[in-house]
Design a protein around this ligand. Structure first.
Ligand SMILES: NC(=O)c1ccc[n+]([C@@H]2O[C@H](COP(=O)([O-])OP(=O)(O)OC[C@H]3O[C@@H](n4cnc5c(N)ncnc54)[C@H](OP(=O)(O)O)[C@@H]3O)[C@@H](O)[C@H]2O)c1
Length: 207
């Protein structure tokens, strides 16, 4: 499996729990330093904005994985950076991996979005961060049937409000609670779930 954005927070939690469960994990970090020391962990350098690093990752992966989690994201940044990192890059990264055949047939893809990107029928701005996640959700929905044709079972996921650098210590969930929920949802995905917006505890989130 591959986790994009694994240096800290939810991404690091996902690495640890998948390793404990016996997965072989490819993890990406921006500075290239390993997010842990485990024989089943391979670290790759990737800033999701950098196309040449994405090409290197694809070539270094060699073979398809059965799960891709695009976790990298930012919150406190200029609007243009939020759009680039939260909306454009996840789609580009996942699409490049699919086109290069780096996901097994019926493998799963989860992109971390946020319920703050849930419009619920509103046309007004959701704030810069919310707008960037709404744009991600829109692009995901546009590509959803093509990704399914490429053999993926893909969803976007709200991880809950989680105690990380981004979520803050006042958040309602620990990293471990969120990660355990996310993994239970991913373990249970079937083809019928493709294209959904799901929460860490398996509920369907309105677009
Ligand atoms: N925490 C919450 O309550 C919450 C709620 C809803 C959605 N989410 C979403 O869940 C995901 C993880 O959130 P988190 O709370 O774990 O955030 P976090 O603690 O701030 O960690 C963010 C992760 O994204 C990586 N990242 C940021 N920009 C990147 C880039 N350009 N290229 C590659 N990696 C990059 C960071 O790497 P560096 O260490 O190199 O910066 C870090 O590993 C995000 O997509 C976030 O929007 C979080």
């Amino acid at each position: 499996m591959l986790i994009v954005g694994a240096s800290r927070g939810i991404g690091l939690g996902l690495v640890d729990v998948h390793l404990e469960a016996g997965w072989k994990v490819h993890a990406t970090v921006r500075d290239g330093s390993a997010p842990g020391n485990h024989p089943d962990l391979t670290t790759h350098q990737l800033d999701v904005r950098e196309r040449d690093q994405l090409e290197t990752l694809i070539s270094d992966l060699h073979e398809p994985v059965d799960r891709i989690i695009h976790n990298a994201g930012i919150k406190r940044a200029a609007r243009s950076d939020l759009i680039e990192v939260n909306a454009i890059a996840p789609i580009r990264v996942v699409e490049a991996l699919l086109e290069a055949g780096r996901l097994k047939q019926d493998g799963t893809v989860a992109i971390m979005t946020s319920q703050m990107g849930s419009r619920g029928g509103r046309s007004s701005s959701l704030g810069d961060y919310g707008d960037s996640k709404a744009a991600l959700n829109d692009e995901f929905r546009k590509r959803s049937s093509r990704w399914h044709d490429a053999g993926a079972i893909a969803i976007v996921m709200h991880p809950g409000w989680v105690k990380t650098d981004m979520g803050g210590q006042g958040a309602s969930l620990t990293i471990s609670e969120s990660v355990d929920g996310i993994i239970e949802v991913l373990d249970g995905l079937t083809s019928d779930d493709h294209g959904k917006f799901l929460t860490w505890d398996g509920r369907v989130q309105p677009w």
